[in-house]
Ligand binder design. Sequence first.
Ligand SMILES: *[C@@H]1O[C@H](CO)[C@@H](O)[C@H](O)[C@H]1NC(C)=O
Ligand SMILES: *[C@@H]1O[C@H](CO)[C@@H](O)[C@H](O)[C@H]1NC(C)=O
Ligand SMILES: *[C@@H]1O[C@H](CO)[C@@H](O)[C@H](O)[C@H]1NC(C)=O
Ligand SMILES: *[C@@H]1O[C@H](CO)[C@@H](O)[C@H](O)[C@H]1NC(C)=O
Ligand SMILES: *[C@@H]1O[C@H](CO)[C@@H](O)[C@H](O)[C@H]1NC(C)=O
Ligand SMILES: *[C@@H]1O[C@H](CO)[C@@H](O)[C@H](O)[C@H]1NC(C)=O
Ligand SMILES: *[C@@H]1O[C@H](CO)[C@@H](O)[C@H](O)[C@H]1NC(C)=O
Ligand SMILES: *[C@@H]1O[C@H](CO)[C@@H](O)[C@H](O)[C@H]1NC(C)=O
Ligand SMILES: *[C@@H]1O[C@H](CO)[C@@H](O)[C@H](O)[C@H]1NC(C)=O
Length: 290
Amino acid sequence: MGFCKGWNFKWVIFYFSLLLMEAVKGSYDPESLGVFFHDHANKELEKPRTGTLYNISLPANFSGMEVSVVRIRSGTFWARGVNFSFFNIPPRIVPDPYAKRLAIVYENLGNWSSYYYNVTGYSLVAPVVGFMVYDSSNSSAVGIQKLNFTIRGDPITVRFPQVELKGKNVTAKCVKFGAGGTVKLKNMTKPNVCTTEGQGHFTIVIPSPPKKERCILWWIFGFGIGLLGLILLSLVLLGIITFVRRIRIEKMERKSEKGVAFDTFWIGGSKMPSASMIRTQPTLENDYNP
Ligand SMILES: *[C@@H]1O[C@H](CO)[C@@H](O)[C@H](O)[C@H]1NC(C)=O
Ligand SMILES: *[C@@H]1O[C@H](CO)[C@@H](O)[C@H](O)[C@H]1NC(C)=O
Ligand SMILES: *[C@@H]1O[C@H](CO)[C@@H](O)[C@H](O)[C@H]1NC(C)=O
Ligand SMILES: *[C@@H]1O[C@H](CO)[C@@H](O)[C@H](O)[C@H]1NC(C)=O
Ligand SMILES: *[C@@H]1O[C@H](CO)[C@@H](O)[C@H](O)[C@H]1NC(C)=O
Ligand SMILES: *[C@@H]1O[C@H](CO)[C@@H](O)[C@H](O)[C@H]1NC(C)=O
Ligand SMILES: *[C@@H]1O[C@H](CO)[C@@H](O)[C@H](O)[C@H]1NC(C)=O
Ligand SMILES: *[C@@H]1O[C@H](CO)[C@@H](O)[C@H](O)[C@H]1NC(C)=O
Ligand SMILES: *[C@@H]1O[C@H](CO)[C@@H](O)[C@H](O)[C@H]1NC(C)=O
C-alpha cells in the first residue's frame, strides 16, 4: 500500500476497466472511421457549390464529432489557398497527381479524440482534428481518389482552440498522426498553433505524469508475485493433503495389522505382521546375506 499513495479499491476497478477497454480497443479504429466519414460525405453531399463549406450530418451515435467538406478548383487552391475549420492552407500548393477540382474533408473528433488516438507517455489537451484531400474532378461529391500535394510556399497551419493547461508548468507539443499509424511529435513554435507539410490528423499533447504507469507496473509486479504465491500455496496444500492421506492410510494399515495380529494370535499362535513379512521376504529368499 505504501508505494502507491491513495491507492484503493476504486483504482483497482479503474485499471481493470482499462484492461477491459484495451480488449475492445479494436472497435475504435481511426482508419475505418476515416473510411466511414469519406463514404458518408460522398452520400450526404448534394449539389455542393464550389468554395462553400458543408457540414455533414452524422448518425446519432457519432454525436460529438464533426465532419465538413469543401470543393474547390485547383486554380483557386493554388492562387488563394483555403481557410476552413482549424486549417489555414496557404497559396502555392499543387495537387499531386494533378486534378482539376479537389474536395477537402475536415474532421473534428471532439470528445471522442482519445478513444481513437493516443501517444504513449503523453495526454491529449486538444481535440484531434484532421483533413484529407480527394480528387473531385469526376464527382459531384467528394470523389474516390486520394490526392497528395506539393508545398511550394508556406506550410499549412493548424489553429487549435484555446488549450487549457490548467496552470501546469509543462511544454505542450504538436502531434501528427500520419498514414499507417505513424506518430510524429514536434515542438510548438506559437501557442496553440501547429504546422504541417501534409494531410493527416493533428492534436496537442503534454507529458503525462509517470506516477500512474509506475503504479500499473507495481500492480503487474504484484500480480506476478501473487500468482507465484498462489502456485506455491497450492503446492504446499497438495503436499499437506498427500501427507494427511498417507498418515491416514498408515493408520488404517496399522489398525488392520493389529486386527491381523489379533487374528493370528488366536489362530496361528504367533504374531506375523503382513507388511514386514512382505518386506523381508526377498532377503529370506536371497542366498547373499551381508
Ligand atoms: C457547421 O458546424 C459548425 C460547428 O458545429 C458550426 O459552427 C457552423 O456554423 C456550421 N456550418 C454550417 C454551414 O452549417
Ligand atoms: C455507431 O453505430 C454503428 C453501428 O450501429 C457502429 O458501426 C459505429 O462504430 C458506431 N459509432 C461509434 C462512434 O461508435
Ligand atoms: C460526446 O458528447 C456528446 C454530446 O455532445 C455525447 O452524446 C457523446 O456520448 C460524447 N461522447 C463520448 C465518447 O463521451
Ligand atoms: C487565410 O487566412 C490568412 C491569414 O489568416 C489570410 O492571409 C488569407 O488571405 C486567407 N485566405 C483566404 C482564401 O481566405
Ligand atoms: C494507442 O494507440 C495504438 C495505435 O493506434 C493502439 O495500438 C493502442 O492500443 C492504444 N493504446 C491505448 C491505451 O489506447
Ligand atoms: C476522370 O474522367 C476522365 C475522363 O472520363 C478520366 O480520364 C480520368 O482518369 C478520371 N479521373 C479519375 C480520378 O477517375
Ligand atoms: C502519397 O504519398 C505517399 C508517400 O509520400 C505515397 O505512399 C502514396 O502512395 C501517395 N498517394 C497518392 C495517391 O499518390
Ligand atoms: C517551469 O519549470 C522549469 C523547469 O522544469 C523551471 O525552470 C521554470 O522556472 C518553471 N516555471 C514556472 C513558471 O514555474
Ligand atoms: C523542443 O523543446 C525542448 C524543450 O522545450 C528542447 O529541449 C528541444 O531541443 C526542442 N526540440 C527541437 C527539435 O527544437
